[in-house]
Design a protein around this ligand. Structure first.
Ligand SMILES: [Zn+2]
Length: 335
């Protein structure tokens, strides 16, 4: 860990970034238990029934947001030993045998494609591409791919491992012409953005008419959040500036000019094994100051099994209550 003593300057954010309602205190004095960013953080909740967004208030000022990412890694590189990876993979595969019978494997496959599996291949931009595993997969399916991220190390891996066309840049700085892409994807990105709606508008502008925008983000109305409360992995203070839900994603679609029935919004349990395992780990550790990375170096069979069991429960419950998946998905086709 480094630079833990560097404090993050903040600014008040009393009003909902989506609908403008004054927020109500939801969680107070949360610490970054994942990557040790300094400070204690409060989350507000929007009281509007058609919104319910959670957001950081106060939040890091724009020029200090980088300090929240000083020890942050994205997309792998966690330093796990090869032996541990092999044992974990074998264990996970065995635990997942029943998923084919309940449709979870099929749902997982759709997520692997980020829901572009039923489209003809075209030009794809992945915003927040990390080390490019997804773009590499899509390139193999015939898509012409391009990616953006801030993480220089992840981008280096994307270029060196897969030879991908990726840039260390935000979306606006690329100045893409209108109608450039057939699909734009943002997986676990909009919760990090100071202006999520502005970025989504730019995504729609650079899509060709009929092109597809896919957004995947943690779902604050999930089963896992209901079970683990302030230890839920999806909160990730102070890097998640806001946390959406199925309700608030539908509001986003409305604010972008889409009427109900003219977009797809749903939740999924496909990433629940990871999110629940991490949430249960944080919960069992309580609010101590031990780094999360140390906790992750040991295997916890019973916890991982519990996470997988909860994932099945969540997946099977989605038919009855479609709002409780760990991740929420919004798919817009440009008008
Ligand atoms: Zn709101």
């Amino acid at each position: 860990m480094k630079n833990q003593t560097v404090s993050i300057q903040t600014e008040a954010r009393p009003f909902c970034p989506l609908c403008g309602e004054r927020g109500e205190m939801f969680y107070s004095r949360l610490k970054d238990q994942l990557f040790g960013a300094p400070g204690e953080w409060d989350l507000c909740k929007c009281p509007a029934g058609n919104c319910g967004l959670l957001w950081l208030n106060p939040a890091p000022v724009q020029e200090d947001i980088g300090k929240a990412y000083q020890n942050y890694y994205t997309h792998g590189g966690t330093g796990e030993s090869l032996m541990r990876k092999c044992v974990k993979t074998a264990y996970t595969l065995l635990s997942r045998l029943p998923e084919w019978t309940v449709g979870l494997a099929q749902a997982r496959n759709r997520m692997r494609w980020l829901y572009l599996d039923n489209l003809f291949s075209g030009k794809l931009l992945d915003v927040g591409c990390g080390d490019g595993l997804y773009l590499h997969f899509m390139a193999g399916k015939g898509w012409k791919t391009e990616g953006l991220d801030f993480d220089a190390n992840a981008l280096k891996r994307a270029r060196e491992t897969y030879g991908l066309n990726v840039h260390q840049s935000d979306l606006f700085s690329r100045h893409y012409p209108a109608h450039t892409f057939d699909a734009v994807t943002l997986r676990h990105v909009i919760e990090h953005l100071p202006d999520p709606l502005g970025v989504l508008r730019e995504c729609l502008r650079i899509l060709r008419p009929g092109g597809t925008l896919v957004i995947v983000t943690p779902n604050s109305e999930s089963l896992g959040h209901g079970l683990t409360h302030e230890c839920w992995r999806g909160l990730e203070v102070p890097r998640h500036l806001q946390i959406f839900s199925l309700t608030s994603l539908k509001l986003c679609a409305g604010l972008l000019g889409y009427k109900p029935g003219h977009f797809q919004a749903f939740t999924t349990a496909t990433g629940a094994d990871f999110i629940l395992d991490e949430s249960l780990a944080l919960q069992s550790r309580g609010r101590s100051d031990l780094p999360h990375g140390e906790q992750k170096k040991t295997l916890h069979w019973t916890r991982t099994l519990r996470a997988i069991r909860l994932q099945y429960r969540e997946h099977l419950s989605l038919e009855k209550d479609p709002s409780i998946g760990e991740e929420a998905v919004l798919i817009l086709n440009k008008k």
